[in-house]
Design a protein around this ligand. Sequence first.
Ligand code: ATP
Ligand code: MG
Length: 209
Amino acid sequence: MIAASPVPLRVGIMGGTFDPIHHGHLVAASEVADEFGLDEVVFVPTGAQPFKLDRDVTVAEHRYLMAVVATASNPRFTVSRVDIDRPGVTYTIDTLRDLHAAYPGAELFFITGADALSQIMQWKDVSELLKLAHFVGVTRPGHDLSAEELPPGEYSLHEIPAMAISSTDCRQRVIADKPVWYLVPDGVVQYIGKHRLYKDVSTITERLA
Ligand code: ATP
Ligand code: MG
């Protein structure tokens, strides 16, 4: 008798700088997990990003730990260190290869907001990228959700509840002593305060350019 082949695990990947992680990221992951029947969503804080080399970014360990705090209560959410532990600039092609190695045989779904989706054609090794994962673009207020440059059938577009939240706005609020309560999870508000993120320059990594 031929043994039934196991159903491949369906794994979502939510990559981001997460400086800090906010409810827009969490809603996107939760909505796509529900729509695509995902078993798990892995949040992957990036190392240095090609499109953000001219910007100060918070120390990777803080961004990683905020992602851990934010996702701790959801049994389907996990956080990966693959990008922050790999030296040099983060390219999504390396993220996908590393996650294929970590989840052999799994089907990968790369979740991205409308703003990032429109840049994908500029990403390194785009044709291989599209083979390694199914790309799911989600709506984001202020950005058009389209992927006309991408080959049809290689991606999906999905509408999610509009969360007009960005990490940039959260950082600016902290700097201006304005609240970030309810924009980011409670534990992340407390983590930011405890470590004086966005206030204390020692929490910032050097920019690479
Ligand atoms: P920054 O302002 O620093 O660029 P950000 O809020 O855009 O931060 P990122 O870490 O850059 O957050 O984004 C990670 C991923 O999450 C990207 O694919 C981005 O498009 C998506 N994303 C971020 N915020 C939202 C949101 N409010 N709704 C939908 N998708 C989002
Ligand atoms: Mg962004």
